[in-house]
Design a protein around this ligand. Structure first.
Ligand SMILES: Cc1ncc(C[n+]2csc(CCOP(=O)(O)OP(=O)(O)O)c2C)c(N)n1
Ligand code: SF4
Length: 538
């Protein structure tokens, strides 16, 4: 067996490569991005001809993986938690179609919102879709569970959700890898109507999914990932889900923990084990990273039973990620973990890189808008969202991917004219195209800036599916050619850019301005690679 030093994300990717996966589809999003990056960089994955594609968004990724599963092969789809909102239609219906080849959905949650708009808990989605959820407590389990997830998916013929959180995704440790298995042969579903969700078929499929709940529960009961570890001090029983188990162990080694403990890593929640712990202890403490799902289940609607401690009674904070100190405090311990963070690395708010093209674009926009007053720029999600902060203070919204254009449409309908939308190139192809079509059909008096830096900057510079295609797409959506204006956001072009922006702000229809200049980080990386290739005479 080979032992590798891997991030949680990389352990998942390696397990998928070893586990006979034929294709992986994803849209970048912290903390899930490294899964796809690892597969794309893997020599073995290339040799095995594993397809590894950055999709236009999470929904298209989900559907591509479902298509591969239909064809009998193992597929994985990866996204950050909010991506599951985008993929939700396909995700929930994939539970009804069921899988043919093993289908594993990885949702990477971000409690404490290190780089996200919210801290939603993807376990709700798994419960909503009525499918099994696996939640690793460390990188080794991330590897083992990924292998198991493909097997479980094929055994039950349904998709399986693998839920991870930021700290597991982004910390590294030694992981034992197991022998590789071969990819599946192309094999169509036995029932060629399985994936046809006409109401008459969907009803049957849904009943089938409901019928599988018992098997899922049995699998969770028998699972090695769910276990009770006994302890003599029955005044408190502890339930630790996923990574919270690790945080607990950092306060105790297993032998020293005096309280009975239920470790949970596979859902549906193993009710008999929960019951066993509940009945044998005076109080229960629930440790889970994310929402108090298990805690709510234990409390029930009327909360008449034993004392349940956790996020809902204030034993643990109601929001934010857990950590060993918070868990230790909940147990009345006062352990210190890790070194104190030096002053130097504290309080450094994120900012645009020096020389970033977005800076010049927003300086020009601010000046062009001065005569109309503030509060009319709807933005999207990307590096450019940082222009909300000082010194630019240029934008007034950031809600979800694509919302800039449609919010500008709504605000313009309300009479806020001109209204401006600012959206990045990757976000535009993710979710902006349909909104722009709405604006064209509505003949909205809005000015849309598609900030084309030729990359997906915020998540580390992945190829943007909009690369080289924006002008054609915009034209195809019906924007008149004279109102598609490409500008180069540079200090020396400032006056000219302000003049163009002013012209289009005065236009009573949809106009699109494309500030186009490559992200300097991507440019630098490209230059370094070029210089290296030259030096090596490649
Ligand atoms: C639904 C969803 N998926 C993924 C992300 C992660 N994410 C944030 S911004 C962004 C794309 C940024 O690229 P682009 O729009 O080109 O702007 P840039 O950062 O290059 O300025 C991504 C993928 C997210 N916030 N929401
Ligand atoms: S990574 Fe690129 S797009 Fe993001 S702030 Fe830096 S230069 Fe701008």
């Amino acid at each position: 067996m080979q032992k590798l030093l891997l991030l949680g994300d990389e352990a998942i990717a390696q397990a998928a490569i070893d586990g006979g996966m034929s294709g992986i589809y994803a849209y970048p999003g912290t903390p899930s991005t490294e899964i796809m990056e690892y597969v794309q960089a893997s020599k073995v994955a290339k040799e095995q001809q594993i397809r590894a594609l950055w999709s236009a968004n999470e929904k298209t990724a989900m559907e591509s993986a479902l298509g591969m599963s239909y064809a009998g092969k193992r597929a994985m789809v990866c996204m950050k938690h909010v991506g599951l909102n985008v993929a939700a239609d396909a995700f929930l219906n994939a539970a009804i179609t069921g899988a043919n080849g093993g289908l594993v959905i990885v949702a990477a949650d971000d409690p404490s919102m290190h780089s996200s708009q919210n801290e939603q808990d993807s376990r709700f989605y798994g419960k909503f879709a009525l499918i099994p959820i696996l939640e690793p407590s460390d990188q080794q389990e991330a590897y083992d569970m990924t292998r198991f997830a493909f097997e479980l998916s094929e055994q039950l013929r349904i998709p399986v959700l693998l839920r991870i959180t930021t700290r597991l995704a982004h910390s590294r440790t030694g992981v034992e890898c197991r022998e590789k298995v071969k990819q599946n042969e192309l094999r169509l579903p036995e029932n060629l109507r399985q994936f046809v969700l006409l109401p008459s078929i969907a009803r049957k499929q849904y009943r089938e999914l409901l019928g599988k709940q018992e098997q899922m529960e049995a699998s969770a009961m028998e699972s090695g990932y769910n276990k009770i570890i006994s302890g003599p001090d029955k005044s408190l029983g502890i339930i630790a889900c996923g990574l919270a188990y690790n945080y607990l162990l950092e306060n105790f080694s297993e032998e020293k923990l005096q309280n009975p403990l239920l470790k949970v890593g596979q859902y549906p929640i193993p009710l008999d084990l929960v019951n066993e712990l509940y009945e044998s202890c005076e109080k229960i403490l629930v440790l889970e990273d994310g929402y108090p799902i298990v805690e709510e289940l234990l409390r029930g609607m009327l909360n008449k039973g034993k004392t349940i401690k956790g996020r809902l009674d204030g034993t643990l904070p109601r929001d934010g990620e857990l950590n060993p100190v918070i868990v230790g405090n909940a147990l009345g311990l006062n352990h210190q973990h890790g070194a104190t963070i030096p002053e130097l690395v504290k309080n450094r708010p994120p900012k645009l890189c020096d020389g970033c093209s977005h800076n010049d674009a927003f300086l020009a926009l601010n000046e062009a808008l001065a005569e109309y007053g503030r509060g009319r720029v709807f933005s999207d999600i990307g590096c450019y969202t940082l222009s909300a902060l000082e010194p630019l203070e240029a934008i007034n919204s950031c809600v979800d991917m694509g919302a800039s254009i449609t919010m500008a449409l709504g605000a313009a309908d309300a009479g806020l004219v001109p209204a401006v939308a600012a959206i990045g190139d990757s976000t535009f192809t993710h979710s902006g195209i349909t909104g722009l079509l709405d604006a064209v059909n509505n003949n909205s008096p809005i000015t849309v800036l598609i900030l084309d830096n030729s990359t997906t900057g915020m998540t580390g510079g992945q190829t943007s599916s909009a690369f080289g295609k924006i002008d054609t797409i915009v034209k195809g959506l019906g924007i008149p050619e004279e109102h598609i204006r490409v500008i180069k956001p540079l200090r020396k072009n400032h006056e000219e850019n302000v003049a163009i922006l002013k012209e289009e702000l005065a236009y009573q229809g949809v106009s699109v301005i494309i500030p186009r200049r490559e992200c300097i980080q991507t440019l630098n990386r490209r230059m370094r690679q070029k210089a290296k290739a030259k030096a090596m005479n490649i």
